[in-house]
Design a protein around this ligand. Structure first.
Ligand code: NAD
Ligand code: UDP
Ligand code: UDP
Length: 322
């Protein structure tokens, strides 16, 4: 695997105050790099990066990536975009703008600086997939006019822009297709399944299985995911992706609910609620490319990753912060 030199670099992390972005900032700082965190705090929080603010190599800037940005950095991680269906459907036009205008601006910045740029893409580009598990050469099955489309199509268009800048300007790009990721600093009320189930269990409420609860997802612990992102950025120019990053362990939502109940020690019951529109039936990454190109495999099993996640949410509840 060709690698870059590891002397100190300054990375721009857009969406750096979000769930994944803040963990990425932590890891880059711990590796001795500088970080410029750019975020408009739409779904992220200053609390997620508060512990970094005193570090001389960390800088936070409030900025919306749909507007141009002129800064000097050595590489860009483009994570800015709401990720939970509840959040990204609240202002769908802004979601598409963030993905598309945000990608154009960050690609323009990367082009001017001639630095590598990584895009946080998503398993949602596969839509409700007709092949299983999903490989990177699958073109997807996405409803272009549904309520998830602002996110799915925005991310698909961003991938198109990345590859066009690569072909037109020889820009060094890295496209990561991230599958469902969980861990501490997820927003407790973002409506995603892991945060919902744990928060419901901790509050002694019923756990809401949407539909029959037999749909599947594959859950990657955030530390594993961040390791994959950093390894991808550290590859040479020949590695563009797209690369699936996710944990191949596949669970039904019913199984996840059982695990959340066990991890919290709660006595919650499961109840059924309506299935949201266009909810993918199944999702599991084929990570052959990530294994070969990045020597990466997730290390943290769901049952182990749920423990620190539960501890994080329990602390929020006990401190009255959620
Ligand atoms: P998140 O909502 O916690 O983080 C997104 C961050 O982007 C937030 O801090 C938000 O304030 C910021 N942001 C949103 N719009 C912005 C804008 N216009 N300008 C500047 N900042 C903006 O979500 P996350 O789970 O940390 O996701 C991070 C990235 O990873 C997203 O691009 C998401 O699409 C992608 N992703 C996440 C998952 C997952 O399971 N968490 C799965 C696939 C892809
Ligand atoms: N851009 C930016 N920062 C930079 C360079 C460019 O935000 O340092 C923006 C720029 O405003 C433009 C976009 O990136 O809207 C695309 O730039 P590019 O040079 O590719 O295209 P052009 O300016 O020719 O439209
Ligand atoms: N889900 C659920 N109960 C909830 C929240 C979500 O059963 O309280 C289901 C949802 O219908 C989907 C899966 O969990 O099938 C994952 O949903 P999430 O919003 O976390 O992410 P998605 O992968 O759909 O973007």
């Amino acid at each position: 695997m060709p690698t870059r030199n590891h002397f100190r670099k300054t990375y721009l992390v857009t969406g750096g105050a979000g769930f994944i972005g803040s963990h990425l900032c932590d890891r880059l700082i711990a590796a001795g790099h500088g970080v410029l965190c750019v975020d408009n705090y739409l779904t992220g929080s200053r609390d997620n990066i508060a512990h970094l603010l005193g570090n001389p190599y960390f800088e936070a800037m409030r900025h919306d990536v749909t507007f141009p940005l002129f800064v000097e950095v050595d590489g860009i991680f483009n994570l800015a975009c709401p990720a939970s269906p509840v959040h990204y459907q609240r202002d769908p036009v802004q979601t598409t703008k963030t993905s598309v205008h945000g990608a154009i601006n960050m690609l323009g910045l990367a082009k001017r600086l001639n630095v590598p740029i990584l895009q946080a893409s998503t398993s949602e580009v596969y839509g409700d997939p007709e092949i299983h598990p999903q490989t990177e050469d699958y073109w997807g099955h996405v409803n272009p006019i549904g309520t998830r489309s602002c996110y799915d199509e925005g991310k698909r268009c961003a991938e198109t822009l990345f590859f066009d800048y690569h072909r037109e300007h020889n820009l060094e790009i890295k496209v990561a297709r991230i599958f469902n990721t969980y861990g501490p600093r997820m927003h407790p009320n973002d409506g995603r399944v892991v945060s919902n189930f744990i928060m419901q269990a901790l509050r002694g409420e019923d756990i809401t299985l949407y539909g029959d609860g037999e749909q599947t997802r594959s859950f990657c612990y955030v530390d594993d995911l961040v390791e994959g992102l950093i390894r991808l950025m550290d590859t040479g120019p020949a590695v563009t992706g797209p690369v699936n990053l996710g944990n191949p362990g596949e669970f039904t939502m019913r199984e996840l609910a059982h695990q959340a109940i066990m991890a919290t020690g709660a006595g919650s019951r499961m109840i059924h609620a309506p299935l949201p529109a266009d909810d993918p039936r199944q999702r599991q990454p084929d990570i052959t490319i990530a294994k070969d190109a990045l020597a990466w495999t997730p290390q943290v099993a769901l049952i182990d990753g749920l423990k620190p996640t539960v501890a994080y949410f329990r602390d929020l509840v006990e401190r009255g912060l959620s």
